[in-house]
Write a protein that binds this ligand. Structure first.
Ligand code: AMP
Ligand code: ZN
Length: 130
């Protein structure tokens, strides 16, 4: 528990939870239904998780996907972790983003989270940097 951490003292309604992890809707959603799956214990990186916590997080990811499918009917998901400031992490308590996606929400979705570095996003054989 870190008193200065928003995810240690979150006041939002949980979407789903288990003994070691909980899920909430993101306060500033990147897409409708954007959710966060968060270990109860304050850890910064995946490496600090126990095996039990990792399994609990994975189980909750699956549960949240089912919930989001029922609630929002997305066509796909981006699921990912920003780990470390260099990778864009702003809340220093590990969390997994689950971002529902809808066909047509961007012009060309190909590459998905590969596009975090726009200059390196192409990967089809024979294609150079974008
Ligand atoms: P990251 O930049 O990967 O550390 O992600 C932090 C996420 O937490 C962002 O998607 C924020 O929109 C979200 N966020 C920040 N404050 C809150 C909050 N009080 N409740 C829910 N989500 C939050
Ligand atoms: Zn915390």
């Amino acid at each position: 528990m870190d008193d200065t951490c928003i995810f240690c003292s979150i006041d939002r309604e949980t979407l789903a939870e288990n003994e070691l992890a909980f899920a909430i809707l993101d306060r500033f959603p990147a897409a409708t239904g954007h959710s966060l799956v968060i270990p109860r214990r304050h850890v910064l990186t995946m490496d600090e998780l126990t095996g039990e916590e990792a399994l609990a997080l994975f189980a909750l990811i699956r549960q949240v996907k089912t919930l989001l499918r029922e609630r929002f009917g997305p066509d796909g998901f981006n699921i990912g972790i920003n780990e470390g400031e260099a990778a864009g992490q702003t809340v220093m308590h590990l969390h997994i983003h689950i971002i529902p996606r809808t066909r047509g929400d961007v012009e060309n979705p190909r590459g998905g989270i590969r596009k975090v570095l726009p200059c390196r996003r192409r990967y089809r054989h024979g294609e150079g940097p974008a």
